[in-house]
Design a protein around this ligand. Sequence first.
Ligand SMILES: *[C@@H]1O[C@H](CO)[C@@H](O)[C@H](O)[C@H]1NC(C)=O
Ligand SMILES: *[C@@H]1O[C@H](CO)[C@@H](O)[C@H](O)[C@H]1NC(C)=O
Ligand SMILES: *[C@@H]1O[C@H](CO)[C@@H](O)[C@H](O)[C@H]1NC(C)=O
Ligand SMILES: *[C@@H]1O[C@H](CO)[C@@H](O)[C@H](O)[C@H]1NC(C)=O
Ligand SMILES: *[C@@H]1O[C@H](CO)[C@@H](O)[C@H](O)[C@H]1NC(C)=O
Ligand SMILES: *[C@@H]1O[C@H](CO)[C@@H](O)[C@H](O)[C@H]1NC(C)=O
Length: 575
Amino acid sequence: MMFPRRNYLTCLMLCLFLLLTFFDPSVSHSQIRWAAKKKRMREKVRKMFYHAYDNYMTHAFPHDELKPLTKTYTNSLSELGNLKLEHLPQDYNGSALTLIESLSSLLIMGNNTEFKRAVLWLSENLTFDVDARINLFECNIRVLGGLVSAHLLASDSSNNLFQGTYKNQLLVLAEDLGNRFLPAFNTPTGLPFAWINLKYGVMENETTETSTSGCGSLILEMGALSKLTGDLRYESVALRALRKLWSMRSSLNLVGTTLDVATGEWIEFSSGIGAGVDSFYEYLLKAHILFGREDFWRMFHSAYVAVQKYFRHGSWYHEADMRTGKATYWQLTSLQAFWPGLQVLIGDVAAANSTHREFFHLWEKFGVLPERYLLDYQMLHPTEKYYPLRPEFAESTFYLYQATKDPWYIEVGESIINSLNSYTKVEGGFASIRDVKTMELEDHQHSFFLAETCKYLYLLFDDSFLKDGNYIFTTEGHPLPVLRAWHEKLPETYIPSNWTSIKSQQEAYRISAMSMQVCPAMTLNSGKRIESACHVPDARSDHRCFSDEDCGVDSTACRRRSCSMAGYCGLWLFI
Ligand SMILES: *[C@@H]1O[C@H](CO)[C@@H](O)[C@H](O)[C@H]1NC(C)=O
Ligand SMILES: *[C@@H]1O[C@H](CO)[C@@H](O)[C@H](O)[C@H]1NC(C)=O
Ligand SMILES: *[C@@H]1O[C@H](CO)[C@@H](O)[C@H](O)[C@H]1NC(C)=O
Ligand SMILES: *[C@@H]1O[C@H](CO)[C@@H](O)[C@H](O)[C@H]1NC(C)=O
Ligand SMILES: *[C@@H]1O[C@H](CO)[C@@H](O)[C@H](O)[C@H]1NC(C)=O
Ligand SMILES: *[C@@H]1O[C@H](CO)[C@@H](O)[C@H](O)[C@H]1NC(C)=O
């Protein structure tokens, strides 16, 4: 049979195109294999998310979280951080916590229909006028953050999700919640109470003890709420608390873990980068990226250098006393696994890689990450042997893959997925692990499994969401777009995208928050590559010195160099 001439030509061109595609030397076999693998993995994560989500919707919604073993629910918003389970409410039926936490994940996975259904349900049925004592930090990152992020996504005109029917319902809810937070800040120091009753405000005789992350991880959500509503009170109280907290640092630029909001005195002087402190560091940097203020960067930089100097030991981070810098606990906590992800954002990729690898060894050893591991004894902590489906290790894996495109991280992701499916998946959802030695399960599916664990794994295999915008993720994994309009002053070290004007261009991809390294690696005159935000060059370029002050901070050890008798800068006094 003869082809008509036009079809023949089309076919020829098509064949040529196919030939070129498949024989393009730059598209190797292994690239095709990795692409296929990523697609397979992405579908596995999607299945996991829906298994968790559908079971929550069937057995727990509109309560807070799912109990996957008994297929029932828990109204856990009032239990978060409440280890002794004090002052539990008598008449509280939940706030659809897991649904709120799932909103941005639904959009990232492309389920606009379900996202819209959820937004409508929340607009009509959610109320915060409930007699429940909640943890301000947890409620801020999960509920306020979930609502503010979803509002920004819903009102983004470029995706035309609601065709004009979205009337800022989520913002109205967020504003109502923000107003209920305000009384917590009414303390002599401006540092907020850790607990507040959503209906009645601060309870009588409420504890004045709180944590560093409790006071220092509010600025992203409350700052964004102020930008969106024009009501400056939310940002202003969060900023005041953060400044007060920073003023309480020691002369070594270290902070403690717990403190008293009435007196502004430290209670626990030992601290690290894990539980009780972690997101304080994270929010200093991310607030700088989101709001473009130099003061956040200055605080972050000093705090980061101090962490590298006093907590780091090789690839590990231990705890130290904020007053002396002396090591206290040689323990590794599962929450610390977020740190490499943060390091990627500032451009310390090599350091991030080495710490991430250590965490992976531990993951391989146990199948998941134990909550606490005693580094000096190389053994599990006697009681904190659990793994509650935490996201931090997946999060760092995602950031490192974004920065390096090293397929090794895809394999790490695969290993995480296999573990989660083989140890934690049950008929009614995903269950936490009570003991990583026996893999005994616990009847709880935390909302962050949907907000973070599944989201970061999905983004590891499919980052198309990031190509449409430049986002930072809150500590609960809720994306906030980096908007030029929110920047008070453009930071010198990085250029935020002029998003609308470059959206369609190829560079759009490069300008994701991931590649927007605030402190990019530098090459010195000597040709040596410095890759560390903590590097401070020597005052004199010939490395000669008269006093310690002439010597900067070493980039690999992050330790201040000192001046030798012979007049050379070096690290030897500290080795
Ligand atoms: C919670 O649910 C119970 C049982 O359905 C109901 O009696 C109660 O009024 C509800 N509480 C609130 C605050 O809505
Ligand atoms: C969206 O989520 C709902 C609820 O899980 C599900 O029934 C539906 O198939 C999903 N749609 C897409 C496109 O994934
Ligand atoms: C609000 O909740 C009620 C009771 O569950 C339900 O009938 C109604 O459809 C909900 N509203 C929306 C918009 O989903
Ligand atoms: C608050 O503490 C005081 C002194 O300990 C006590 O007398 C009072 O009963 C407490 N009030 C409440 C509501 O617990
Ligand atoms: C990460 O560490 C491994 C093992 O030390 C090394 O082979 C790899 O090149 C490193 N990758 C980066 C991006 O530093
Ligand atoms: C950013 O976008 C605005 C509006 O599209 C335009 O007026 C401005 O020139 C752009 N600035 C840069 C630096 O591209």
